[in-house]
Design a protein around this ligand. Structure first.
Ligand code: UTP
Length: 475
């Protein structure tokens, strides 16, 4: 009889050989029992047929381009509300009603690897607050708790991690007493992964002799991860009907903005998106447009290099603004029943392929640290749900009051810790000035969400004429 490990190896070869992926067992004979087990589990979890299909079709142009030429501005609630179907006050009142009814939950996605930032922990742990140095996670949770208190309800947080961020994130929350969130209001769930393949050959890469190079399957992995982890069931059982969705890297986000919630509900929308008015056609934001009566997001990277599309997306109105103006900032309202419906429909979200750098070992077991993109990675994007949503709308916000993404390391041109801190301080300086305080030039300020969630709340707490002459954290 063949030894057990030989049988295991042969079983795995039978899975791999039809797809030309036998090289994954090249180091099998050198691995100890634990490593063989890990590799076996990884191989068993991968759908090699799917990987082969995705790689084979990698060059097929998405149909998008033919339809993108028909792109029109989306159904929107603009900052200049004169032409809006509902006024900001109506929306705010409707949103406040919904909040007070306790039917809202929050989804925060924090599974990304944060490669551009280069921080050695999950991005949510980055100490972004300009004076207090509180983390992104803490700021988000404090906003959520403060909104709940204001409306007399508890708002559950569904926090998505990935194998790259899960353990450290869970520990960070546990060690910090969940930043004040009740235990039953925090649901951490982990998204899935996809293997990286060699861009030239389609062979799945090994990052170590006994470990496949896996990366999170994109923020769109949220849908299946919520389903698998029973988060969707919990949402249903708790009576949560609407979800406010955002990404971990934006500390300026107005969590559960009543106005945004209100527009979403008044429009009867299943999926609404916050957008900013783009200034340049190729600004690095997803373009929300209407095509044949449905909203879709066209990534800026899909425009670049396509002259016809760039021309269409560069058209301007008489006042100089872009006709196709709406740039997505990845803040959404989602109808929970819609998510359930989408989770039940097979392949609701397609995979996007991106060429990226992926460290790996070669056939001799040597570590290769590529300087150029060498691998294809597969990711799902949450905004691909938008075309399936009924009555989808966009709501314009002023980026100064809701969008400061932390993407890059110090030294880059935009979206660095320094840029983000400056935008946070600038917003709080505006609130203080509106409250009648005198803030000296160049002084950094920060307001804890528990102290004041917005300018109106702050106005009731600051004596007009208060002088702020040194960096101050109001809490
Ligand atoms: P980005 O696409 O900006 O990726 O994610 P990132 O991981 O933050 O940074 P880079 O590209 O590696 O430098 C936008 C948001 O989506 C989440 C991220 O955590 C972030 O909140 N995300 C991204 C996931 O939750 N899962 C993923 O697989 C990818």
């Amino acid at each position: 009889m063949a030894p057990l490990s030989e049988t295991m190896k042969n079983d795995l070869l039978a899975v791999l050989a039809p797809h030309g992926q036998e090289h994954l067992l090249a180091f099998w004979d050198r691995l100890d029992e634990v490593k063989r087990q890990t590799l076996t589990e990884q191989i068993r979890a991968i759908d090699f047929e799917q990987i082969e299909r995705l790689y084979r079709n990698r060059r097929v142009q998405r149909k998008l381009h033919s339809s993108a030429v028909r792109a029109e501005p989306p159904a929107a609630f603009r900052l200049d509300a004169s032409k809006n179907r509902f006024s900001p006050d109506q929306a705010k009142r409707r949103g406040m009603e919904a909040l007070a009814a306790g039917r809202l939950g929050v989804v925060l996605v924090a599974g990304g690897q944060g490669t551009r930032l280069g921080f050695e922990h999950p991005k949510g742990m980055f100490p972004i607050a300009p004076v207090s140095r509180r983390s992104l996670f803490q700021i988000h949770v404090e906003k959520l708790i403060a909104v709940g208190r204001r409306h007399g309800v508890r708002i559950p947080l569904y926090l998505m991690t990935s194998p790259a961020t899960h353990n450290e994130t869970a520990k960070f929350f546990a060690e910090n007493n969940r930043f004040g969130l009740a235990e039953e209001d925090l649901h951490i769930f982990c998204q899935g992964t996809m293997p990286a393949v060699d861009a030239a050959t389609g062979k799945v890469l090994l990052e170590e002799p006994g470990r496949i190079a896996l990366s999170p399957d994109g923020h769109g992995g949220m849908l299946s991860a919520m389903d698998r982890s029973a988060a969707l069931d919990d949402i249903h059982n708790r009576g949560v009907e609407q979800l406010f969705y955002f990404q971990v890297d934006n500390p300026l986000v107005e969590v559960c903005s009543p106005e945004f919630v209100g527009y979403h509900l008044l429009a009867g929308s299943e999926l609404s998106s916050q957008v900013v008015a783009k200034r340049a056609p190729l600004e690095p934001l997803g373009n929300v447009v209407a095509v044949d009566g449905r909203l879709v997001v066209i990534e800026y990277s899909d425009l670049a290099g396509d002259e016809k599309l760039v021309k269409i997306f560069s058209e301007r109105s008489a006042d100089g603004s872009l006709v196709l103006w709406a740039g997505s900032i990845a803040v959404h309202m989602m109808d929970a029943a819609f998510l359930r419906r989408m989770a039940d429909s097979a392949d609701a979200l397609p995979f996007h392929l991106a060429e990226k750098k992926a460290p790996h070992i070669d056939q001799a077991g040597r570590l290769i640290e590529p300087t150029e993109p060498n691998a294809v990675k597969f990711e799902r994007f949450i905004f691909d749900l938008i075309p399936a949503a009924e009555n989808a709308i966009v709501v314009e916000i002023d980026p100064a009051d809701g969008f400061a993404p932390l993407k890059n390391a110090t030294g880059a041109k935009t979206d660095t810790p320094e840029h983000v801190k400056a935008q946070m301080s600038a917003q709080h300086r505006r609130w203080l000035t509106r409250a009648g305080a005198k803030v000296a030039d160049d002084v950094t300020v920060e307001i804890c969400p528990m102290f004041a969630l917005d300018a109106e709340e702050l106005a009731g707490k600051i004596e007009p004429g208060t002088r702020v002459t040194e960096p101050t954290y109001f809490c």
